[in-house]
Design a protein around this ligand. Structure first.
Ligand code: HEM
Ligand code: PLO
Length: 491
């Protein structure tokens, strides 16, 4: 405790109405700027976004205090103009405030995702079947010497996994409905929750705003797609079979309706049509954009580091061989691949600022006082690039996640939280890890990825938004020796 007693964190200069906006003008993306501002204001400081007080945290001790030790106190979410458009005023999980409805929906989703652990439609089988068709497309492209932008292919592959889990359906290549999801989802990623001016100054809504217009258009396309899936599910719903997440939500709604008394209705426990749709919308959106983004970063780094790619391939050759495809039970024997995935998640976190948290009561972080309603941004970028915790943080080095012998995995620093932590921790962590492992192992068992001759290496800079995405570029997937012909049709 300081000699002056408890104090608020140091604050950036701020003016009425505009807040600290003048100190935040920068050519850098927000996570980099927030990391730089530590030099002047310390690791934990505050600023004003319009009329809201925001605390920025750049170190793991305070991050863990917020997420774990005081997780419940900091479990709130701010309401913003753009996320309200996306989620019908916070009726979803990710951007919805802490409430019994929020808890209930997290529980249903968790249960539905666990249900897929076993059985004939197991997640592993779904992922492997999608990996198989992705590899077929890469073989076809290689056969005619075509370099591919992997982004739409990886997106469709990942979309099909989550589509199967949410709606028990999938998309073929070129399916117009899939092309529509690609377009609307990119439109949403480009416009939602990126601290655009309307989110800081809600009154700006009254002026024409191209971003907000695009967001509304994209959300309405997404909503009609979700509504269609919902109507189809309602039509052939049965209490006896649960095909997917949509069915799990419908079952919860029906059972609440059957127990309906004067005071407790499906609406009042948060099972309105809006809530159901927004929950699947979240899982569908998160399920696609995050995992696809990590796969794209992984490919980008592998192209920059051919030696890392060769190391993974050698590990695959010796532990899996060529006569069968990798499966989840190989995870323990492929530590170098796992270490590479961990390093990708460190160096380019999908959500470099997580989603903002809000203090639900007066509280504290370290020695600093925090008022109820204060927004808290955990700068994961700072945690993952902290020079005190990571040697050469900008260097891509999977070896840092291996023990000295290179045989086992380690987490070398507590300053590593790619999925967040505590009661707001990512709901899809297990699923995402399975997908990353299986897709990358299937691809690298069969192909070597490189940039077509004459093209320059893709930028590692990335585009800031609600997910931090790499740039677009074309890749050659060259079949490895012994894989010149797609021999693995049967496995
Ligand atoms: C939240 C990371 C994949 C569903 C989050 C958060 C992070 C994160 C950092 C925010 C935590 C916070 O605000 O404190 C990731 C990464 C992924 C990934 C790195 C891929 C590698 C997925 C997938 C799903 C998913 C596949 C869906 C199945 C969610 C949901 C939330 C969330 C629903 C909101 C949780 C809440 O606010 O209560 N994720 N995620 N994520 N994630 Fe993920
Ligand atoms: C991605 C675009 C979709 O069309 C809608 C959507 C829903 C949930 C969001 C997701 C987007 C981006 C990534 C988010 C996810 C909830 C949790 C996840 C923010 C906007 C992360 C990484 O925190």
């Amino acid at each position: 405790m300081s000699s002056h007693g408890p104090q608020a964190p140091p604050c950036l200069p701020s003016l009425p109405i505009i807040g600290s906006l003048l100190s935040l003008r920068s050519s850098h993306p927000p996570h980099v700027l927030f990391k730089e501002l530590q030099e002047k204001y310390g690791q934990t400081y505050s600023l004003m976004m319009g009329s809201h007080s925001v605390i920025i945290i750049n170190q793991h001790a305070h991050a863990k205090e917020v997420l774990l030790k005081k997780g419940k106190t900091f479990a709130g979410r701010p309401r913003t103009v753009t996320t309200d458009v996306l989620t019908r005023d916070g009726k979803d999980i990710a951007f919805g405030d802490y409430s019994p409805t929020w808890r209930f929906h997290r529980k249903i989703v968790h249960g539905a995702l666990c249900m897929f652990g076993e059985g004939s439609a197991s997640i592993e089988k779904i992922i492997c079947s999608e990996a198989q068709s992705l590899c077929s497309i890469l073989f076809e492209a290689a056969a005619v010497g075509l370099a591919l932008d992997l982004s739409p292919e990886l997106t469709r592959t990942v979309t099909n996994v989550i589509c199967c889990l949410c709606f028990n359906s999938s998309y073929r290549r070129g399916d117009p409905e899939f092309e529509a999801t690609l377009r609307y989802s990119q439109g949403i990623v480009d416009t939602v929750a990126k601290d655009s001016l309307v989110d800081i100054f809600p009154w700006l809504q009254i002026f024409p705003n191209a971003d907000l217009r695009l967001l509304k258009q994209c959300v309405s396309i997404r909503d009609s797609l979700l509504q269609k899936k919902y109507d189809e599910h309602k039509e052939d719903y049965s209490d006896h079979v649960q095909r997917d997440l949509m069915d799990a939500l419908l079952r919860a709604k029906r059972s609440a309706e059957n127990n309906n008394t004067a005071e407790i209705s499906a609406e009042s426990v948060g099972l309105s049509d809006d809530h159901l749709l927004m929950t699947v919308g979240d899982i569908f959106g998160a399920g696609v954009e995050t995992t696809t983004t990590v796969l794209k970063w992984a490919v980008t780094y592998l192209i920059h580091h051919p030696q890392v790619q060769r190391n993974i391939q050698e590990e695959l050759d010796s532990k899996v061989g060529r006569d069968r495809s990798p499966q989840l039970s190989d995870r323990g024997s492929l530590p170098y691949l796992e270490a590479t995935i961990r390093e990708v998640l460190r160096i380019r976190p999908v959500a470099p600022l997580l989603i903002p948290h809000v203090a639900l009561s007066d509280t504290s972080i370290g020695d600093f006082t925090v008022r109820k309603g204060t927004r808290v941004i955990i700068n994961l970028w700072s945690l993952h690039h902290d020079e005190k915790e990571w040697k050469n943080p900008e260097l891509f080095d999977p070896g840092r996640f291996l023990n000295i012998e290179g045989t086992g995995l380690v987490i070398p620093s507590p300053s590593y939280l790619p999925f967040g932590a505590g009661i707001r921790v990512c709901l899809g962590e297990a699923l995402a890890k399975m997908e990353l492992f299986l897709f990358l192992s299937w691809i690298l068992q069969r192909f070597t990825l490189s940039i077509p001759p004459g093209n320059s290496l893709p930028s590692l800079e990335g585009k800031f938004g609600v997910v931090f995405q790499p740039v677009k570029y074309k890749v050659n997937a060259t079949p490895r020796p012994g894989w010149e012909r797609n021999k693995c049709q049967a496995c």
